[in-house]
Design a binder for this molecule. Structure first.
Ligand SMILES: Cc1ncc(COP(=O)(O)O)c(C=O)c1O
Length: 313
């Protein structure tokens, strides 16, 4: 993928190479930063790009900033306006994009400084790979998900992500695509950057939100779509041994969308093929994200303002 032309730094759209942060900031030295990953979905018929559930991402960004006791909260309205400006400046057309919004402690003076706060937004094209239809392998990690009373995953703090990084690198070194982390109670938590669902006897099941997981926006979306599909999910503790009993399993998240898991710890999930509920859900999810259905228009924010009325259901 070509490097984008521009990045947003505070209130300025600058050439990509000028998107830099000083090495003495608390953000650089101690990871004092929070972020959101958002996707922009291209709709070819409408020649429009949609930001998916931008408002919910912005709400969570505010929560993460408050959680980190920032001196200043960069507002949803400001970030949204600047994100749209950045995508337009880069002129992204024809491909989905992944947007990373970071608000960070740009102050100097050590670990505990709480301001001033900087804003950086990057957006890059991110086409899907074959894995999203073929499915992936996962390893139950020997790394434990960080517990809520240590570094809660509920806040999207950059430093949290070293936990998932260790699990991913271990899984990759052992020949798996990714990891499933258990929490301090030994129950299934989530993947390094995505939530976990499985299906047993036709019933989708996902760990509840007190499982040391991120309160994922895609998870909420999936819960609603499953309900609408007539296969509502149960939110509860998931035991490790249940992973072997699952008929289907998938990850979900902004970056991972709905990605089937076809094996866990080298044991096939169900038949080893992508399961029927997972497949139907994935198709529905893509339709809703791209706006190829009129359903849930409230979740899509047009970037270019050229969108025609959404097609009827
Ligand atoms: C740890 C973790 N869990 C789950 C998710 C999925 O969250 P969302 O659907 O809000 O992108 C993410 C996404 O960034 C994540 O980092």
């Amino acid at each position: 993928m070509a490097t984008p032309k521009y990045v947003l730094m505070d209130d300025r759209i600058v050439p990509w190479n000028e998107g830099t942060v000083h090495v003495d900031t608390a953000a650089f030295k101690f990871g004092s930063a929070v972020f959101e990953g958002v996707r922009g979905y291209w709709n070819a018929d409408q020649q429009e790009m949609y930001l998916f559930r931008m408002a919910e991402h912005m709400d969570r960004l505010v929560f993460s900033q408050r959680f980190m006791r920032y001196d200043e909260i960069i507002t949803p309205e400001y970030v949204t306006e600047k994100t749209i400006e950045l995508i337009r400046a880069n002129g992204f057309q024809g491909e989905n994009v992944h947007i990373m919004t970071t608000t960070y402690v740009a102050g100097y003076g050590g670990q505990n400084v709480t301001g001033p706060i900087g804003l950086a937004v990057t957006a890059q094209e991110r086409p899907r790979t074959a894995k999203i239809t073929e499915g992936i392998s996962a390893q139950v990690s020997s790394w434990m998900r960080v517990p809520d009373n240590a570094m809660p995953m509920r806040a999207k703090v950059n430093a949290n992500y070293q936990n998932g990084r260790l699990a991913t690198l271990q899984a990759n070194a052992d020949g798996y695509d990714t990891a499933i982390l258990l929490n301090s109670r030994g129950k299934v938590a989530e993947g390094p950057g995505m939530c976990f669902f499985m299906v047993r006897d036709g019933v989708p099941i996902t760990p509840h939100t007190s499982s040391d997981i991120l309160e994922s926006i895609t998870r909420t979306t999936v819960l609603q779509l499953l309900e609408e599909m007539g296969t509502p999910a149960v939110e509860r503790d998931v035991d490790r041994s249940e992973l072997v009993a699952a008929d289907e399993a998938f990850f979900c998240g902004t970056a991972w969308e709905v990605t089937p898991i076809t094996s866990i710890d080298k044991l096939a999930v169900g038949s080893g093929d992508v399961g029927p509920i997972t497949k139907r859900l994935q198709e529905r999810y893509f339709d809703v994200c791209h706006g190829t259905t009129g359903a849930h228009a409230e979740w899509r924010m047009p970037v270019y303002g050229t969108a025609k009325a959404n097609a009827a259901e």
